[in-house]
Design a protein around this ligand. Structure first.
Ligand SMILES: CC(C)(COP(=O)(O)OP(=O)(O)OC[C@H]1O[C@@H](n2cnc3c(N)ncnc32)[C@H](O)[C@@H]1OP(=O)(O)O)[C@@H](O)C(=O)NCCC(=O)NCCS
Length: 171
């Protein structure tokens, strides 16, 4: 069975949220957990758009919050599939805050999440390959193999000695 490849751009999801009092911590900033919830949804939608199937979150790489997003500010999340493997997809997310009155944007964080496509029986199913077009998409695509090996080692699903891409970095 051949599966037609799809373009990175076709998986892009843009999510916009307004930070309301219920979304904040005691400092009046957006809670990290609420942001991760929105990021998980945006990333799941991007991966579903790519594979046209239901997905589950397999893993979330480390997230560093560079700048807090304030109450009353806007959250912009961009999610896109950076690389598709056999049944899993790596999704890249970029998050910005925006002051809607002064109208300036600031970077909040960047992250990678991995999703697995499921068939109607809940078993993992094959996803289409992805074709990157822009320089940014190509860079993300090229680094995805190394990140995948690192996360599989950390989750105990790959032996370090089998991580050829990672080993090549140090050779
Ligand atoms: C993710 C899940 C489907 C993987 O199932 P599994 O039996 O380990 O499946 P496999 O070993 O066949 O792996 C399937 C794919 O997942 C990938 N995968 C498994 N664990 C992973 C991890 N920790 N990080 C990244 N990818 C992972 C594998 O590399 C494989 O990808 P590939 O087919 O593209 O090579 C399964 O563990 C699961 O359902 N987890 C719960 C998901 C969930 O409920 N998420 C919501 C958060 S609570």
């Amino acid at each position: 069975m051949t599966i037609t490849p799809k373009r990175t751009q076709d998986s892009v999801i843009q999510m916009t949220e307004l930070v309301l009092p219920n979304d904040t911590n005691t400092f009046g900033n957006l809670m990290g957990g609420r942001l991760m919830y929105w990021m998980d949804i945006a990333a799941a939608l991007a991966s579903m758009k790519h594979c046209s199937a239901p997905v589950v979150t397999a893993s979330v790489d480390n997230i560093s919050f560079e700048n807090p997003i304030k109450l009353g500010n806007v959250v912009h999340i961009e999610a896109k599939v950076s690389r598709a493997f056999t049944t899993s997809m790596e999704v890249h997310l970029r998050v910005w805050g925006e002051d809607p009155v002064q109208q300036y944007r600031y970077k909040s964080n960047e992250a990678f999440m991995t999703f697995v496509a499921l068939d109607p029986n809940g078993k993992s199913r094959i996803v289409p390959p992805i074709v990157p077009d822009t320089e940014d998409e190509k860079n993300l695509y090229d680094g995805a193999l190394r990140r995948r090996q690192l996360r599989l080692i950390l989750s105990g699903k790959m032996k370090p000695e089998d991580a050829e891409e990672l080993k090549a970095l140090f050779a």
